[in-house]
Design a binder for this molecule. Structure first.
Ligand code: AP5
Ligand code: MG
Length: 191
């Protein structure tokens, strides 16, 4: 099993690229954002509790996403590995993921970080707001808050992973196909 984290700020293309990479490399794509939105859509108790946090662009509690991911890891069979998208988001989540993988004889093999300019992030999310129905795309202040939360709480994961020698930066500017080729080339070498 080979496990990748696809990483980057809101709008950097994690979801877009993950869907294609998961298919190409037979990886299980796990997006905590998608899982949380599914809870909201299903009207569950958890979804109701999390929706106001998400609509402000804040992070939901670590325990909530750690539990979701653990359940998915145990129920997934027949893939070459996992592609984690939007998880982990804090160093505490990263340590929890490492422990979860270690006890199952796995590890985080690589952190692939999409580098995208601030203005391009905002542009992409404003365009998506027209179609997505995501409350966190609708308000420019919430978009900025998501980017700030990324810088403050999520970006420290890069240093943590750099020290472990698993940090892989990827240019996330340009066309979707070109970025896919850059990511695929890196992943091929690591598989
Ligand atoms: P989450 O769903 O993870 O959202 P996010 O990180 O804000 O990122 P996005 O999904 O908006 O962006 P993306 O990088 O996936 O880009 P995408 O491919 O969609 O999290 C949402 C919320 O859930 C969080 O704020 C938090 O509240 C909660 N949450 C989730 N996980 C959590 C966790 N682990 N811990 C705590 N809380 C958690 O692309 C964006 C747009 O750009 C799309 O329209 C796409 O078509 C377009 N696009 C993509 N690539 C290109 C390109 N190259 N050129 C032009 N357009 C492009
Ligand atoms: Mg996403």
């Amino acid at each position: 099993m080979v496990n990748f984290l696809i990483f980057g700020p809101p709008g950097s293309g994690k979801g877009t690229q993950s869907v294609r990479l998961a298919e190409k490399f037979n990886l299980k794509h796990l997006s905590t954002g998608d899982m949380l939105r599914a809870e909201i859509a299903a009207g569950t108790h958890l979804g109701k509790k999390m929706s106001s946090i998400m609509s402000k662009g804040e992070l939901v509690p670590d325990e909530v996403v750690i539990e979701m991911i653990a359940a998915k890891i145990d129920s997934t069979k027949g893939c070459a590995g996992f592609l984690f998208d939007g998880f982990p988001r804090t160093v505490a989540q990263t340590i929890a993921l490492e422990k979860m993988l270690n006890v199952r004889n796995m590890k985080i093999d690589s952190l692939l970080v999409l580098d995208v300019d601030h203005d391009e992030l905002v542009k992409r999310l404003v365009i998506r707001a027209e179609l997505s129905g995501r409350p966190d795309d609708k308000d420019p202040d919430v978009i900025e808050n998501r980017i700030d939360v990324y810088k403050e709480k999520t970006e420290p994961i890069i240093d943590y992973c750099r020290k472990k020698g698993i940090y892989q930066p990827v240019d996330g500017m340009g066309g979707i196909d070109d970025i896919f080729t850059r990511l695929s080339d890196k992943m091929k070498k690591l598989m």
